[in-house]
Design a protein around this ligand. Structure first.
Ligand code: ADP
Length: 267
């Protein structure tokens, strides 16, 4: 009867719609994979020439090829600074493509987080010389042992520290501390900076997020660092979070599982 024909036609239409939707999803997924591969390849290929450019510029700046006039030294410093910025962007893109491909292969060995915090601090120390910022680092006397990837955890701390410095005006204060709990180690980075609008805070750890304050103040950045930090911390079995108030400041917390204190020798 007509009734049956109409029903069959409806079902056919439904099936066709479902199939074309699945095709669309597959095409999108393929495009996504191609984008990841492109990002990964390009950042790999950028690495070598960039290292070479920075190497030669550093050689010149160090006076290895003869003495250089002050104006040239200044120019070289700019080249090197911008080269470093480019390098850190390329490194971020590389890690990001690994995260997105589910291939963030982390080392897993016992390490003392105090060393991680110290080396992150050493990286930013030179730039503090030109800033009027009070930066305090508080480390416990006992070792802060966790299982993980020292280089990647340094990347996390460095990102939090760099952000704190970037989003805090001169005259402000940045505090970095490590705290030992019975089963956890807590890294805290707080600043008296610009803060993050409350209604934007839930996006903090998503890729490419930049707050309206960061955009308004034209503070440079890609919005990649925190999403990478989030992935690294999660893979360590930890959590990362933040509280912030505009014009008051921000506090970022990283909580990592603490490795048992090395067993005492039985008496
Ligand atoms: P980037 O700093 O390169 O933009 P991040 O992923 O590290 O990327 O940070 C994302 C955004 O989160 C920043 O653009 C900024 O809006 C906000 N943010 C992060 N840390 C702070 C901070 N300490 N104070 C204020 N805003 C911050």
């Amino acid at each position: 009867s007509e009734d049956v024909t109409a029903r069959v036609q409806r079902q056919d239409a439904l099936l066709a719609a479902l199939l074309s939707e699945r095709e669309a999803v597959e095409r999108l997924e393929q495009a996504d994979r191609m984008k990841d591969a492109l990002v990964s390849t390009v950042s790999h290929e950028l690495r070598t020439p960039l290292t070479s450019v920075l190497g030669y510029a550093t050689m010149l700046a160090d006076g290895d090829l003869g003495e250089i006039p002050p104006l040239v030294a200044q120019t070289l410093e700019r080249i090197i600074n911008n080269g470093e910025r480019l390098r850190s962007l390329v490194e971020d893109l590389l890690v990001l493509s690994r995260v997105n491909a589910g291939q963030l292969d982390l080392a897993s060995e016992p390490l003392d987080l105090r060393d991680v915090v110290r080396s992150a601090y050493d990286v930013v120390a030179p730039q503090l010389e030109t800033r009027d910022l009070e930066v305090r680092v508080a480390l416990p006397d006992d070792e802060a042992l966790v299982d993980g990837d020292a280089g990647m955890l340094e990347r996390v701390v460095l990102n939090l520290l760099t952000n704190a410095l970037k989003f805090t005006h001169d005259g402000g204060q940045v505090d970095v501390s490590l705290r030992l709990e019975s089963d956890e180690v807590v890294i805290e980075v707080s600043d008296t900076g610009l803060g993050i609008p409350v209604d934007e805070q839930d996006q903090l750890f998503t890729q490419f997020f930049r707050s309206s304050i960061a955009k308004r103040e034209a503070i440079q950045g890609t919005g990649l660092g925190l999403s990478i930090a989030h992935a690294i911390v999660e893979q360590h079995g930890g959590v990362i979070g933040a509280t912030s108030e505009p014009s008051i400041g921000s506090t970022f917390l990283v909580v990592l599982p603490r490795l048992g204190v090395r067993a005492q020798q039985p008496a």
